[in-house]
Design a protein around this ligand. Sequence first.
Ligand code: ATP
Length: 370
Amino acid sequence: MQVTDLKLQNFRNYQKLQAHFSSGINVLIGANAQGKTNLLEALYVLALTRSHRTNNNRELISWEAATADLCGVVQRNAGTIQLELSLRPKNKRAKLNHIEQAKLSSYIGALNVILFAPEDLKLVKGAPQQRRRFMDIEFGQMSNRYLYNVTQYRHILKQRNNYLRQLHFHQAHDLVYLAVLSDQLAAYAAEVIYQRVQLLQKLQHWSQSIHQEISHQKEILKFSYVTALPKDKLTSVESIYQGLRAQFEANRDKEIRQGATLFGPHRDDLRFLVNGKDVAVYGSQGQQRTAALATKLAEIDLMKEETGEYPVLLLDDVLSELDCERQTHLLTAIQDKVQTFLTTTSMSDITMKLIHSPAVFRIQAGKILE
Ligand SMILES: Nc1ncnc2c1ncn2[C@@H]1O[C@H](COP(=O)(O)OP(=O)(O)OP(=O)(O)O)[C@@H](O)[C@H]1O
């Protein structure tokens, strides 16, 4: 799929923008603080209805405005879709082909994007939240079922945590109600965990071959899903559900004491193994970056496998973070295959040579200079 046109009104430092993009590599070039990342962020927000940089809509709306409007035309195999998103400080409205979508989950998926920023190179070593977020964002775009289950899970988790706190402070006493919440939570959690395990297996398949190539066939990358449940319980939704119910039951007093849910997808993690060793613990920085790069590139192929189309790739200043060999891998993997938006303050001659006929956009103070 590709974004052919984008219109922005009062989004960050873009008061008004109208742009037509190439189906290949779009290079957004400009000095610092001119709006390159803001433009990538606009595409990300248009796809996912939320930003990767903030949870606060107010920050996305230009300082002097009350609403930000984003409109994009997306070319897909099945035809053209127009996406419209209107952001206010406390709410948002999304339309597909002029029809308002009551649920954001029916809007998300019309445009699939993969964002790759310098902090993604820390995916392996960074905090567990980063890896959970990675799974939720990417799998949520690939699968409506995942998106639905993870949204419901978060909703019930909030309720259950509130109720555990009330029990802790003796403001509530009904343990039957807690059991009902535990059951509901275990049901959604089981779906999320099962799908994570399944999709990670597929992602591993794609990332292994990319990783082997970058490491010159010397290393094998594997993913391991980290959860408090025993591995043999991860084979079906039903056995995960039963396992979680048993955990909630066995740890009821502990959870009330702590006033929080201690088990479930919000506590799980993802580990990267290279030749059987945890690369976050034993790997060099280079190995950790290679594992992260292979994983991000594998997402492109997995998304194609799951949705039938390549996503749009957003590369925020990552080329400067990669050495020449990894840059070459990245650019050859995406070239002539995936529509890409790439921000940079300057392009080296070597990089420019690697990109076939790039469309170059000069960004200055929230404007694209022709
Ligand atoms: N809500 C907003 N309204 C108006 N301007 C904003 C808003 N939010 C951010 N900005 C401005 O956007 C600019 C930053 O743009 P952006 O993050 O896209 O930089 P960049 O071009 O990617 O630079 P760098 O190369 O340093 O990353 C800053 O000048 C900032 O003041």
